[in-house]
Write a protein that binds this ligand. Structure first.
Ligand SMILES: NC(=O)c1ccc[n+]([C@@H]2O[C@H](COP(=O)([O-])OP(=O)(O)OC[C@H]3O[C@@H](n4cnc5c(N)ncnc54)[C@H](OP(=O)(O)O)[C@@H]3O)[C@@H](O)[C@H]2O)c1
Length: 235
């Protein structure tokens, strides 16, 4: 896979940019997905290696179709683009905010994945990695150790839906040899929301977990959920 072709959505900053950087350092061709051309171009310059700009807004069908037309073969798709909203519980939140967050985190992932499936089917070792969240784990949410009692409801339920999609895509695409897994990247210092911005988690550590799933061998897992350090995460 040393000249594999990869796409990371939302790669102009944060965890996505770090995933793109690590894939480029590994010698892969990396399409740096960015909805804003200028921000994406700047990231491409900072990432170096064989990084290339791919303008891609995951909520815009025309943008997705235009991006997919530019990529003939794709070995690795990292569905990273995401938004979080604020920390409201479901009873405090309006349905419009749920729709807006699902539009990016859930429907955007479906639209991008489906648009790039023809290119992934041309790969000898196709992989899809969904950047999910441990806060989307219903097992952790209902366990004694998890402190976020019902907060970030729109965001976290969108990640639970994204986790379900990792399973369903893995089952549907197994016959094509496409592996699909979900990653819980851990709390990282990015602009995602106030909690992330105030944390001291290194995005590079999360990115290494994504790269591991992106480079899984042919006998590796599919339809599973992993923490950034490679340990299984509960659904
Ligand atoms: N940071 C954490 O602690 C943490 C924890 C768990 C999970 N995650 C997940 O990790 C992923 C990356 O988040 P991050 O922490 O790196 O946040 P971030 O720094 O805010 O980066 C998010 C990226 O997604 C892009 N994006 C948002 N909407 C988009 C759209 N419609 N089309 C294309 N790109 C879009 C952003 O682009 P713009 O610059 O144009 O806005 C940005 O590049 C997300 O899926 C997030 O849910 C993060």
């Amino acid at each position: 896979m040393d000249k594999a072709i990869t796409l990371v959505t939302g790669a102009n900053k944060g965890i996505g940019k770090e995933i793109a950087r690590q894939l480029a350092v590994a010698g892969l061709t990396v399409y740096v997905g960015s909805r804003d051309a200028a921000r994406g171009e700047r990231a491409v310059g900072e990432i170096g290696g064989d990084a290339r700009l791919l303008v891609l807004d995951v909520t815009d069908d025309a943008s997705i179709a235009g991006a997919a037309r530019q990529v003939d073969t794709l070995d690795i798709l990292v569905n990273n683009a995401g938004i979080s909203g604020d920390g409201k519980t479901a009873d405090q939140e309006d349905a419009g905010t749920f729709r807006r967050i699902y539009e990016t985190n859930v429907f955007g992932t479906v639209a991008v994945t489906n648009a790039f499936l023809p290119a992934l089917r041309r790969s000898a070792h196709p992989r899809i990695v969904n950047i999910s969240s441990g806060t989307g784990s219903l097992t952790w949410a209902t366990g004694p150790q998890f402190p976020h009692r019902g907060t970030y409801a729109a965001y976290r339920s969108s990640k639970a839906a994204l986790n379900a999609l990792a399973v369903f895509y893995a089952h549907a695409l197994a016959g094509d040899g496409i592996k699909v897994n979900a990653l819980a990247p851990g709390l990282r210092r990015t602009g995602l929301n106030a909690t992330a911005a105030a944390s001291d988690g290194d995005p590079a550590e999360a990115a290494a977990g994504a790269v591991r799933l992106a480079l899984l061998p042919d006998d590796g897992p599919s339809g599973e959920f992993f923490s950034w350090d490679g340990t299984p995460a509960p659904w």
